[in-house]
Ligand binder design. Structure first.
Ligand code: TXA
Ligand code: MG
Length: 362
């Protein structure tokens, strides 16, 4: 057991100490605008291996390298960068867009960061605490989300503590909940065919509008009709993710359809959880546990609160057998929301549709 320290993100001295700890090969969780990351010095082999152990993460799942300045790319990726990558950097960095680029031939990066692949995923976060920490550390920082593998990503300091207390050296507390709430968009720029390996706040349309090149989207949802890539090339996408202990029943439709679905499960004698926008809580009173997630017609609030809401079912004193979850429209960040929800729902559960009467718990 390690003692996990808490540093305060608004104190300069605390940032300095956390940065020193990172340099020395310690594991430090920190807030970003998407979710909390679990940082390790990307040049320090032991530190990088400790990240996989602390998270119980499979070693074939590579990590994103976080940087504070474009200059930091010099030791990481093949130069010169293609002009479209330069455009993306100018437009979206710092921010929630991760670029998968060809790795530099003689980089000092520890090979476990990339799982020995010839590409590296890089991102410059926009959260002021993340940028301050990375600038002070003066090293590239490999940082997966700061959760135990398979749990929803953490969007506040308490979530990190609940998964990793005693397993990591410290956490920089960012105070407020992470603004976006879902992990960054991962864009594979390493081949001619640009593709989004993981949808996030930056959408394919936004990217296409900047570079005027087509971008395909890998999507786990059957309802997407862009030219979807069938095989997930971000190794992380094949693992069970984002899921609370109870199975999810993802339901498309309005308050009546959600209410009907809750009723059907109740009739089967199940204890039912409901995850839906705040306004629906007052209208659907039959669920055993209601956890509010965002406001009606505001996808960004649903995204911001989703992981907190999923975690809340595991923390609730009432254990539910199934969680009925409100599906959202697949536009903008709704694509990323539905990607995470579909993955959570498909791990051990039949995803019911509105017009289907088939239900089974696996
Ligand atoms: O918003 C985020 O991206 C957060 C914060 C902390 O920055 N980080 C994050 O990291 O979500 P992680 O490790 O949980 O997810 C990284 C994803 C995985 O799906 C992984 O397979 C993929 O990026 N990835 C990393 N390196 C890759 C590479 N070289 N090629 C393809 N996919 C890669
Ligand atoms: Mg993760």
């Amino acid at each position: 057991m390690t003692t996990t320290r808490i540093w305060e993100g608004d104190k300069e001295w605390d940032i300095y100490e956390a940065a020193k700890a990172l340099q020395q090969g310690k594991l430090v969780a920190f807030p970003t605008e998407t979710v909390y990351g679990l940082g390790a010095n990307a040049y320090h082999e032991e530190a990088v291996l400790k990240v996989f152990q602390a998270k119980k993460r499979p070693q074939d799942n590579p990590l994103i390298v976080h940087i504070a300045s474009e200059k930091d790319l010099d030791d990481l990726v093949e130069k010169p960068l293609p002009p479209f990558v330069q455009l993306l950097i100018e437009k979206f960095w710092p921010g929630p867009l991760t670029l998968v680029l060809k790795i530099k031939k003689c980089t000092s990066l520890v090979s476990a960061v990339t799982g020995g692949q010839n590409t590296v995923a890089v991102r410059m976060p926009s959260h002021p605490i993340a940028l301050a920490l990375l600038s002070a550390a003066k090293i590239p920082v490999a940082a997966p989300s700061a959760n135990l593998s398979g749990r929803p990503s953490p969007t506040n300091c308490l979530h990190v503590l609940s998964d990793l207390q005693g397993r990591i050296d410290g956490i920089v507390d960012g105070g407020e909940t992470c603004g976006i709430g879902l992990e960054s968009t991962v864009l594979d720029c390493s081949s001619e065919q640009l593709s989004i390996l993981r949808p996030g706040a930056v959408t394919a349309e936004q990217i296409e509008a900047v570079i005027h090149m087509p971008v395909s989207v890998f999507s786990s949802s059957a309802t997407r009709n862009r030219n979807d890539v069938q095989v997930p090339r971000a190794p992380g996408m094949k693992y069970r993710h984002y899921a609370p202990k109870a199975p999810l029943d993802l339901v498309k439709g309005d308050v009546e359809q959600l209410s009907k679905k809750v009723g059907e499960w109740k009739q089967q004698g199940k204890k039912v959880g409901l995850l839906a926008v705040r306004e629906f809580g007052a209208q659907i009173t039959s669920a055993d546990v209601f956890i509010a997630c965002g406001e009606n017609n505001c996808l960004s609030s649903y995204a911001r609160e989703l992981y907190r809401a999923l975690r809340a079912f595991d923390d609730s004193p009432t254990t539910v057998d199934v969680i009925v979850v409100q599906a959202v429209e697949e536009t903008g960040i709704g694509i990323a929301i539905m990607n995470r929800l579909s993955k959570a729902a498909s791990s051990g559960f039949y995803m019911a549709t509105n017009d289907s009467n088939e239900h089974s718990l696996h």
